[in-house]
Design a protein around this ligand. Structure first.
Ligand code: N01
Length: 554
């Protein structure tokens, strides 16, 4: 593997590109490859000093994907998917980063990627029908299109409690973990947060640290991951029929090919339900969505959902020795799956260790970070290291972090002040030629991201190529189409139990963020069909204009 090209000297002159891509994670890399193949000049800006996005930043102990590797990988190139050998059901971050780097090398992508460069501003010029993109390095690029490939979970969040600047120990956020790793041996460590990142890191930190205190605000549903090395024969058999597997994922609900349920949990007998939950819990081949897809009514009916939730609560009570700790770990305040369920390895077992303590900060919230640790309403804690597994300003945070100004100088932040509004999660009215990969209003985080990324990259690059080939200059959603889609996303979301939970899907984890269900829960397959129909109907719902009309529009 070669290291990515060194950053050229900052240039304050304006350079030109057809497309600026923001972010060099999976989306940005595939965009670069595909747009290049379509004859476009592309520049990719990436804040990190390497490619990989999520898998570049999230290096915390235990970080690994929780969608199976054979499904969580690119399908766009037959040779790539045949030649890459995965080692585990759920590969660790290091392996995923090796894979991303392999992709960058294999398709010779590095020469068009500017690392350690953060895009700060993108301003639309209606006269020229171009974006002016500026970076923190002083770059200025004039481009016909800007594609935000910034990821849904990349703007990390530390808790809004005072005092962090006074803390004299070392502190870390799981989403921005030091490259050189962290050795907690012999240390007193505090971990705040019990979402996916906490669930993965807590068991490993507990093994290393002298003592670990876990601060939990909301207990989560954690299913055994059953991670294991991939049987080479299994890998061969999947690869032999890879196209069919990939197609099944594209047509599925969550981008993960699982059998489609035909029966409601409330129609099934208790024995049938228990048999299914036992399989979902114990089967080494289970997946993140096994519980959610086992019955037709799991995400729409609270009573049905509670049969699965109770099954998990019972398992927690069996695993955790101290009944009071078990009770604290049992989720009762939200339906199963309405906060992202987690896959874990030895998660609940970790709370049986003598060097681990669980603190309920719902009951006794963190009041402040002190010089030596933190203080809740009733107790003071001292730590050598603090770990914030406190998540992200999800879905919109990385888009509004850039000062994006569309037609008439309108800022995306202002336009989205009451919540994101998009057409198909791909474009925003008033922001011509700006594209979002897995943007709010698309299945995105409710799917196998690789399936959704590939679909968006292909759809967007084809839309840009079609514009060029038809002699058109700009494309943006029609306001009515966008309003209709935004309503639809909301309505479908509210047909489910998702909005009943406090979650980052709803923006609840960021104070002041409007409470809107941001992803599209209509299913990856139906969503893809809708996007394809839009194209067959001549990009229905979009306004596409030639240059001479585009220029000067107000
Ligand atoms: O973040 P989270 P994450 N005081 O937002 C708590 C993906 N992912 O980094 O639930 C105390 O889920 C917060 O409590 P609450 C995956 O999509 C995937 O773990 O808001 N606690 C919660 O417990 C995932 O969903 C993988 O009450 C505070 C935790 O911090 C998403 O990324 C691995 C607090 C944050 O959990 C985000 O996961 C990792 C406060 N002030 C991530 N503020 C895999 O593929 C927040 N919390 C395996």
């Amino acid at each position: 593997m070669t290291e990515t090209a060194t950053r050229p000297t900052p240039d304050t002159t304006v350079s030109e590109a057809d497309v600026v891509v923001v972010g060099a994670g999976f989306s940005g890399l595939y965009l670069l490859h595909r747009l290049r193949g379509q004859g476009f000049r592309v520049v990719v800006f990436e804040a990190g000093d390497g490619v990989g996005g999520t898998w570049y930043w999230n290096r915390y102990p235990g970080a690994r994907v929780d969608v199976k590797s054979m499904e969580y990988s690119f399908s766009f190139d037959g040779e790539l998917q045949q030649e890459w050998e995965w080692t585990e059901k759920y590969p660790p971050q290091e392996e995923l980063l090796r894979y991303v780097n392999h992709v960058a090398d294999r398709f010779d992508l590095r020469k068009d990627i500017r690392l350690e460069t953060r895009v700060t501003e993108a301003v639309w010029d209606d006269e020229d029908a171009r974006w002016m993109v500026r970076t923190d390095r002083g770059d200025q690029v004039s481009a016909a299109h800007v594609i935000m490939a910034t990821g849904c979970l990349s703007t990390s969040k530390v808790p809004e409690v005072p005092g962090l600047e006074t803390y004299t120990g070392r502190w870390y956020h799981t989403g921005h973990w030091p490259k050189e790793g962290v050795d907690f041996t012999g240390q007193r460590v505090g971990v705040v947060g019990t979402g996916s990142s906490g669930v993965q890191s807590i068991p490993l930190i507990a093994e290393q640290a002298a003592h670990l205190t876990v601060f939990q605000r909301t207990p989560n549903f954690v299913i055994p991951a059953h991670n294991h090395p991939i049987d080479p024969e299994h890998q061969r058999s999947v690869k032999a029929a890879y196209d069919e597997h990939r197609q099944a994922a594209r047509e599925s609900g969550f981008g993960i090919a699982v059998p489609v349920a035909t029966k409601a949990a409330l129609e099934a007998s208790e024995e049938e339900r228990t048999a299914l939950y036992e399989r979902a819990w114990h089967d080494p081949d289970n997946s993140l969505v096994t519980f959610l897809t086992g019955f037709t009514d799991m995400i729409t009916d609270r009573e049905a959902n509670d049969t699965a939730a109770q099954y998990v609560r019972d398992r927690i009570a069996e695993i955790v020795h101290d009944p009071e700790v078990a009770r604290m770990l049992q989720p009762t305040d939200h339906p199963f799956g309405t906060k992202r369920p987690c896959l874990g390895t030895n998660y609940y077992e970790t709370f049986n260790r003598p060097n681990v303590r669980l603190v309920d900060v719902r009951r006794d919230p963190i009041a402040e970070i002190t010089t030596k640790g933190l203080r809740t309403g009733t107790e003071e804690f001292e730590f050598d290291a603090l770990v914030f597994a406190t998540g992200f300003d999800a879905m919109t945070g990385s888009l509004t972090a850039v000062d994006i100004r569309g037609r008439d100088g309108r800022s995306l932040r202002e336009v989205w002040a009451a919540g994101p509004r998009t057409y198909l999660g791909i474009q925003v009215a008033g922001f011509p030629n700006m594209w979002t990969i897995t943007g709010p209003g698309s299945p995105s985080v409710l799917s196998n991201m690789m399936v959704s990324i590939e679909q968006h990259v292909e759809w967007v690059s084809d839309a840009i190529a079609a514009l060029r080939d038809e002699g058109l200059a700009t494309m943006e959603p029609d306001q009515d189409a966008q309003d209709g889609w935004t309503r639809h996303v909301d309505e479908v979301g509210h047909m489910t139990l998702y909005p009943s939970a406090n979650s980052w899907y709803m923006g609840d984890n960021v104070p002041g963020k409007p409470r809107v269900f941001m992803p599209y829960i209509g299913g990856v397959g139906p969503y893809r069909q809708k996007c394809d129909e839009v194209v067959s109907n001549g990009y229905e719902g979009f306004v596409r204009r030639p240059m001479r009309v585009a220029a000067g529009m107000s």
